[in-house]
Design a protein around this ligand. Sequence first.
Ligand SMILES: C[S@@+](CC[C@H](N)C(=O)[O-])C[C@H]1O[C@@H](n2cnc3c(N)ncnc32)[C@H](O)[C@@H]1O
Length: 261
Amino acid sequence: MEWEKKFLNKIICGDVVKTMGQIPNNLVDLVITSPPYNIRNSTGNGLKNGRGGKWANAGLQKGYSHYDDCMPHDKYVKWQRDCLKEMMRIIPEHGAIFYNHKWRVQGGLLQDRQDIVSGFPVRQIIIWKRKGGLNFNPGYFLPTYEVIYLIAKPEFKLIPKANAYGDIWEFTQEMNNEHPAAFPVDLIDRIVSATDAKVILDPFMGSGTTAISALNFKRDYIGIDISPEYCEMARKRIKNHSPGSNFFQFQLPQERLFKTP
Ligand SMILES: C[S@@+](CC[C@H](N)C(=O)[O-])C[C@H]1O[C@@H](n2cnc3c(N)ncnc32)[C@H](O)[C@@H]1O
């Protein structure tokens, strides 16, 4: 089919909203993504004053290769809501979106991103506990987690027993990736392996982590990114990856299953 030739198992270099706009309704089972966080429009934190420390994404002080990550807040919120609307359009009734974001303190008050997700069918907020953080500030405790919104259409279901992972996940952030804000593969492996989605889209694909994870579990991927540099990084990574390498090893860890009373 025409759309498959154009999108399936491809990394497409283009704008997120425009490119998703070309994907027909209902054809993507699952979206896993992490947008730019608008970090450079911050009112001030560890990133702004240069105290990025040892973490790989301290590089975000300069933004991404082809996007400065510094929009007026209202414009940013509208952009992200436009992205979510497109994601909702292309997933079917059994589809879902795992939308990673980070809460932060702005002008002394918590910015919890409710303005972005309000009105979308948020079913759960998963806490991604990272090791350490960047935003040292004497006014509040060091933030050590990000959130993953599970935004789900009515018929979305996890595979049997995957719910036992609970809603607080601990994964060290990725530090061996030239991309300044890459997902750790294990985090995405957990999401992919917890569903039976066949076609998985990451509309902010960056270095290609979601595609690698899709390949690990023999699923199809679609990747979009504005940066030709990151698209090339993703294509190389995919080319050098042995497909299905996690497929037989990955099992739900029985010892971590919560016992229901
Ligand atoms: C947080 S990063 C995603 C990293 C990715 N999860 C990974 O594992 O490498 C956000 C990405 O959004 C991309 N981006 C920014 N503006 C965009 C736009 N208008 N359209 C598509 N991609 C965009 C950036 O180039 C960046 O790679």
